[in-house]
Design a protein around this ligand. Sequence first.
Ligand code: HEM
Length: 490
Amino acid sequence: MLEIVAGFLVIWICVILYWRARLVESKAHPLPPAFPGLLPIIGHTHLLLTNTSTLWRRIKRFSDYSLEKGGLIYGKLGFRESLYYFITDPDDALLVANTCLDKHFLYGFAKYWLGEGLITGSGNHWHRHRQLLKQSFSLPIINGYLEVFNGQSRKLLSTLEGSAEKGKFIPTAQIKRFSLGSSYLTTFGKASNGEKTIQRYMKATDEMLCLVMERFQKVWLHNEFIYTLLGYKKQEADLLECREEVANEISQTKKSFFNKIHDQSTYIPYQPLIRLILEQYTTNQFTDYEISEELHTAIVAAYETTAGSLQSILVMIGSFPKVQEKMYEEIMQVLGADRDVDKEDLRKLVYTEAVVKESLRLLPTVPMIGRYIDRDVKLKNYTLRAGSNCMIFTCGLQRHSSWGPDVDEFRPERWLDPATLPPYIATDGAFSFGKRSCLGKTYAMTALKVAVAHIVRKYVITGDYTKLKYQLDITLKPYEGHDISLKRRS
Ligand code: HEM
């Protein structure tokens, strides 16, 4: 009997100590406004348990509410009611992005595929790799890829041709092929089994990303034991088989690189990422496993984002005929009727670049970035508590009031005069900002400009962005209203 009473007493004391600690903490670091709909025990978790299109609409409400409340709100997610901050204030966003460099735990779900590559890695490992890889994404290297981007764009034109003059169609498959083809070739320099390898890799990557998203949404799958028990680990293992095929590609390239075999079959006129990394391998900067992690990371980072962006950009261009004609005039003036895009042209395609940027502002492919708050972070009006998580809404920042009264309008001209842009770094967030911003920004902008220039030169695009509907599958993907039609210009 005495033992039972003592047991209850201990539990009671623990509960009191826990609540006291929470009270002290909430007094020291009061919370910003809460997102409506907070329930006991599960917090806002019930809002996650839905399909990915409704999920996106709900997450957008978090972002809008954060903007409405001055840039910072909180919510609770998961069965342990983890504290989440949702940020849309530009100064606070930049401070957090530069202070808390560790990613949200969701990124960890992709580690079976990406390991500790740049997107998922953290700490010193990430920092060292970021320093080593920076040069591989510099302008001179990217300019060397123009041949790939032009070649893949021409291939894209030939796959689109079958749908020209035939009314509306959805160009997702063609665009994804363009994006993966480009990133595979700039990463590996070649695809041993050609189209077959690219298609298999594309399918496996799509499935891998779906699995990560499913695990995030179904909170019970966060538990490793349940995840394995329900057969998901087996699905991971099946997908990894495709990586084996690519592993052969890596070891072949390594052999020819170190044996300095430069015959017809291995000659590549540009510097694919694998060669740039192998140069650092010779000085023991990377291990074999790390090489593979970074190569897969580069492809995953480039593929979905570039494909999703190009799809949205085409719909935007198709929705604004006057903008499209202005682009066409610029493209014809710079490139003429049939020439490929070279590095000098890229500088001159100023309006085309503004159209790409404005499309990505209104229709971002990566609408938020997640970070773990590993220390107390003092913001303008609140202090974020160590041990919590945060979501920085780049989609909200790109519609922040500092863009002006025409914030919701598609107006590429705003990018032509930098003096009219908001005075914050974080409001231009399509490629994130701060120390962990996108390493492939120049790569992506170049690939997009080249593809858009080829398409607009050949076709008049028609689309309707007001009908666009998106779902959140790690990146934002349109599932409705993304059909376009193409009319040949001559
Ligand atoms: C339109 C296309 C792209 C968009 C919108 C985009 C956007 C982003 C964003 C928002 C982040 C930050 C993610 C986060 O912190 O959660 C990021 C990171 C990254 N991106 Fe991109 N990206 C694009 C294309 C590319 C390409 C083409 C590459 C490589 C060839 C690339 C490589 C990376 C890498 C390596 C990181 C991780 C950087 C780090 O944590 O140090 N991205 N990207």
